[in-house]
Design a protein around this ligand. Sequence first.
Ligand SMILES: Cc1ncc(COP(=O)(O)O)c(C=O)c1O
Length: 405
Amino acid sequence: MSKSTNKKKIDTYVQEIESLRNSGSFRRLRVIESTGTPYATMEEKQYLNFSSNDYLGFLSRPELQQAAIKATQTWGTGTGSSRLVSGSLKIHQELENLVAHWKGTPSALILNSGYTANTTLIPVLAGRHSGVFCDRLSHASIIDGCFLSRAKCHRYRHNDMDHLKWLLNNHPYSAGRVIFTESIFSMNGDEAPLGELVRIAKDHDTILVVDEAHANGIYGAGGAGKVEEYGFEKDVDFQVGTFGKALGSFGAYVACPHKAKELLVNKCRGLIYSTSLPPSVINVNICAVHLVMAERTLREDLIQKSLNLRSWIQEKLIQTCGGASQIIPLILGKNKKALFWSEELLKERIFVTAIRPPTVPEGTSRLRISLSALHTHDHIERLKKVLLTLAQLETKMTYAGSRKI
Ligand SMILES: Cc1ncc(COP(=O)(O)O)c(C=O)c1O
């Protein structure tokens, strides 16, 4: 490539960055010196952290830290290859058996992250002549999985089951169809109508996949998620979930029937072409699943706190999205507005990230308040106080899609 072509390319990057800055969409990496809940430290200052998916405070649990150390000492720091070559250790299998038991499915497969799971599961389930039907607010990993599969992707209006049925009735595919939903939506914190989805999938003879990324660890008698809570283990064909959020670790699983696992082992590129998760991570995941099953009070306490804060926000500030989960969005509309609120909160030593497009739809930039079981009454009161002050500062403003603050 000639020097002038290179220069042109760099100029294009500069322009792109400038346009991101001008529209309030520019993102930068913050250096976090210590993380977790309830506190994160940045530039030597401690912030009350409402930005983390560490919903149960597991990042700092000594049992999990010990599990990582023990596994490293026993097995070493890595696995040296992908599962199919020589990287399938006994503890991978132990975790898979445990996850299958926890999720109430015949089998389970461990993958390297939730992103990998979705992007490489969908191409196994759907191909060029199939259709994938997913919610308009689906996580990027689901959308990317659809692209990679080369299937036709139909996105129904958020949680609109009539729209989904209409799409299914009008788009038959001889090679098969897949409905893909999150059980708790990552940026809205609201819930998919799982009962209706199960019925629709049955009526239309369609595979149903449920991503429990923000539900596992919290819902259901054993903390396995919304599928467990409603008893749909036999109705949902594939349950996907991550260990990276409530379970305080890393990695993901697909819980499914035995034959489906065999197919994935043979065809899922995320498993075949990537080094398997290290023993430390696998052992932390084993320990985290056991802890979740035992920590019912912690989970129930989080759900109650979430309900209280959500109803306070609805009453005093602004309409949030529906649902009752630990993810509470404060939809402010414009990018710059969301950034302003986030910066003002930082000045008060409270960390709530502004979430902007393309993560959320245009005009719905928001503060995504993420509650943890480790947030105390006083922490939440501190947050409320600053939010009220900010709202009073802007009483005259109307935000997109919401009533006046
Ligand atoms: C719904 C959903 N699925 C998958 C993922 C990806 O999970 P991981 O962080 O393990 O890659 C996320 C994470 O943001 C998510 O919100």
